[in-house]
Design a protein around this ligand. Structure first.
Ligand code: 1GP
Length: 253
């Protein structure tokens, strides 16, 4: 196991549940990235993610990654929506497969094409099963997913268990960036019970302290927020991270 994954696992072990901030490279200048990075470290985020379904990539992505790197010592993990989402300046990449896509390109095709670039760039690849939960947002549309219905935790759970059996070490329940609400705590609980060996990431539509708290309490290992920084500013993160801590404290062991 390599450096970033080990760091993530240690953080989860010590904190119970951690926060990662997602930056959309198309909406963020390198200077803004630097200041987000600084603030996230101060507020207690554990890592920075960068990516988006429609990411332009190239020079602008590289510069934003460099901005993030210059602002703090937090690891920067690529969250690529396509091959354009790769940058040699990041520390690691979520090497993700959309498990419920209807198109093999998003399960193994893009991954095969991108694999050599990941190697060439020296990026640490962290295997991730990406599961789109309805409505799924842009990520669900672009990846041609057959989204898991919101009220079917048992369906999300079997996809997560399949990911575990295929050797993936992380699973991401994605409600879609900017979604009205996050996935349900019931779904998180069910996935954790069924696929207990994978680390569970939850993202999409998390905007309040209470939501973060309930998801952490239900057993999420990593909570990702993106839009909230653009919508409300960095200070909202204080609440989200506080909510995560409260949720962990209220877990029934
Ligand atoms: C998107 O899950 C992430 O992939 C974050 O979603 O922007 O709604 O926080 P938000």
């Amino acid at each position: 196991m390599k450096r970033v994954e080990e760091y993530i696992n240690e953080k989860i072990k010590s904190k119970g549940c951690i926060h990662m901030a997602l930056v959309d490279p198309d909406k963020c200048t390198p200077e803004e990235a630097r200041s987000i990075s600084q603030n996230c470290q101060e507020l207690g985020s554990s890592a920075l993610m960068i990516g988006g379904s429609t990411c332009v990539g190239g020079g602008p992505l590289d510069e934003t990654v460099k901005g993030l790197k210059s602002g703090s010592g937090l690891p920067v993990i690529l969250f690529p929506g396509s091959l354009f989402g790769l940058s040699r300046y990041a520390d690691a990449v979520w090497f993700m497969s959309v498990l419920n896509s209807t198109n093999t390109y998003y399960m193994t095709g893009a991954q095969a094409i991108g694999s050599r670039m990941v190697k060439e760039y020296g990026l640490e690849a962290i295997p991730l099963g990406y599961i789109i939960i309805s409505p799924g947002g842009t990520a669900g549309f672009i990846s041609q997913a057959m989204a898991v219905p919101y009220d079917k935790p048992e369906v999300a759970s079997i996809y997560a268990l399949a990911a575990q059996y295929m050797g993936m070490r992380f699973v991401y329940l994605e409600r879609g960036s900017g979604s009205d609400s996050p996935v349900s705590p019931k779904m998180v609980q069910s996935v954790k019970q069924t696929a207990s060996n994978v680390k569970l990431i939850v993202g999409g539509g998390i905007r309040t302290k209470e939501q973060a708290k309930e998801l952490a309490k239900a057993g999420a290992d990593i909570i990702v927020t993106g839009n909230i920084i653009e919508e409300k500013g960095i200070n909202e993160l204080r609440d989200i991270i506080g909510g995560i801590e409260e949720g962990v404290n209220e877990r029934s062991v």
